[in-house]
Design a binder for this molecule. Structure first.
Ligand SMILES: [Zn+2]
Ligand SMILES: [Zn+2]
Length: 404
């Protein structure tokens, strides 16, 4: 196949068993969100590039290296969304949702785009379901959002650990930042070149670095939780209390900072030991709505990576029973009607388009895992019945189509 007719590098089709897993994951998550009364919002895939640069942060990998940015015909800079929160906040402000109610709980689902090096389970178009809660500062919202994440891994029977941290607010973070930069300067000979570059502009991210020497160097770094102001400390301890009340297991990770600039106070990740990385991640972003021109509105949320979660689940084996209608002889009008009658009863029916004898047709039905063969010959048509064969038991009966 010519290269220009193939999917671009890092992009892929989702089909067959992969798609069944994908749908199983998304429908399970959607059902959890339905019970938590989150409302869906469909966001555009394209936004102005500025929106992401301002919110995610100019110094992050996403903005510096991974965004698909292009110009439209009028020369405006657009981007394929690399994540969902910036667009959700933009929609919240633009649609003046803040004027309708004191708080909103929304979720979105769809493709995100990042120009990453393609590797197993990582694609340049990947899919997320994300939730956002706008207008609540109190930590019981944080606890409920983390509970949703916990329910997702529990329901899908995924082994994962929830890590939480608080990274403070406008009041307390400057002092921590100063202490951290001072410390990083004292161990700068151990830092990788990327961290040397970002230690002054975005020092918290050094705590996130996966390079061994950096991980070693930051072990003794000052902990953000030791620098929290009274309000942040109170918020964080209430969150712990509420998570315990909900029975959500968690570990405190004082080095968890999340890569994006917009986070405040609570940050959390659901980490899969099997993948060695996060499958759900989120936190609080209390200033972002205001930065986008809305009223001061505390908010928080998370995003779940569908493909990465799908790597960790087994699809349920049970599939809906399929009725495979096999016509013989000059019976097509009757077979069409029979197939239709089965579908009208809410069951799954397929009219066979195959040629070949009954044996071959039954072998095919077996191979496909179809539960019933509905044999329609000229005799059956004359009597207004079908021969219904149960492919598992081998039992065969004559019934009227409407009695199936
Ligand atoms: Zn604070
Ligand atoms: Zn580093």
């Amino acid at each position: 196949m010519r290269e220009e007719f193939q999917a671009p590098r890092g992009f892929h089709d989702i089909l067959g068993e992969d798609l069944r897993k994908f749908r199983y994951v998304t429908s399970t998550i959607r059902d959890i969100l339905r019970r938590h009364n989150f409302e869906e919002i469909i966001l555009p895939v394209v936004e102005y590039a500025d929106l992401f640069e301002r919110s995610i942060g100019e110094t992050t990998d996403i903005v510096q290296k991974e965004m698909f940015v292009f110009e439209d015909r009028k020369g405006r800079r657009l981007a394929l969304r690399p994540e969902g929160t910036a667009g959700a906040v933009r929609a919240y402000v633009q649609n003046r949702l803040f004027a309708q109610r004191t708080y909103h709980k929304v979720f979105y689902e769809g493709p995100m785009f990042r120009h990453e090096r393609p590797q197993a389970g990582r694609y340049r178009q990947f899919h997320q379901i994300g939730v956002e809660v706008f207008g609540v500062a109190e930590p019981h919202a944080d606890a409920e959002v983390i509970k949703v994440a916990h329910e997702i891994v529990e329901t899908l029977k995924i082994k994962a650990d929830i890590e939480i941290n608080s990274i403070g607010c406008k009041v307390c973070r400057p002092a921590y930042r100063e202490a951290l930069v001072g410390y990083l300067n004292s161990v700068s000979e151990k830092l990788c070149s990327v961290c040397l570059d970002r230690k002054d502009r975005n020092p918290l991210r050094v705590l996130d670095c996966k390079v061994e020497t950096c991980k070693e160097a930051v072990k003794e770094a000052p902990r953000v939780t030791d620098y929290l102001c009274e309000e942040c400390r109170d918020h964080y301890s209430k969150l712990s209390e509420y998570l315990k009340a909900l029975g959500v297991p968690y570990v405190e990770n004082p080095h968890l900072v999340r890569g994006l600039d917009y986070y405040t106070r609570t940050v959390f990740e659901v980490v899969s030991p099997d993948l060695g990385s996060a499958i759900i991640a989120g936190g609080r972003y209390d200033y972002l709505v205001e930065e986008f021109g809305g009223p001061p509105t505390p908010a928080l949320g998370f995003a779940a990576g569908i493909e990465r979660i799908a790597l960790l689940v087994d699809t349920p084996k049970e599939r809906e029973p399929v009725y495979f209608v096999i016509p013989f002889g000059d019976v097509i009008p009757y077979a069409l009607k029979v197939t239709d009658t089965i579908r009208e009863k809410g069951k799954v029916a397929e009219l066979s388009y195959r040629k070949g004898n009954l044996r071959k047709q039954l072998d095919f039905a077996n191979k496909m895992g179809y539960r019933y063969a509905v044999i329609v010959g000229e005799d059956e048509m004359r009597e207004g019945v079908v021969s219904l064969k149960d492919m598992e038991t081998g039992e065969q009966v004559r019934v009227r189509p409407e009695d199936i």
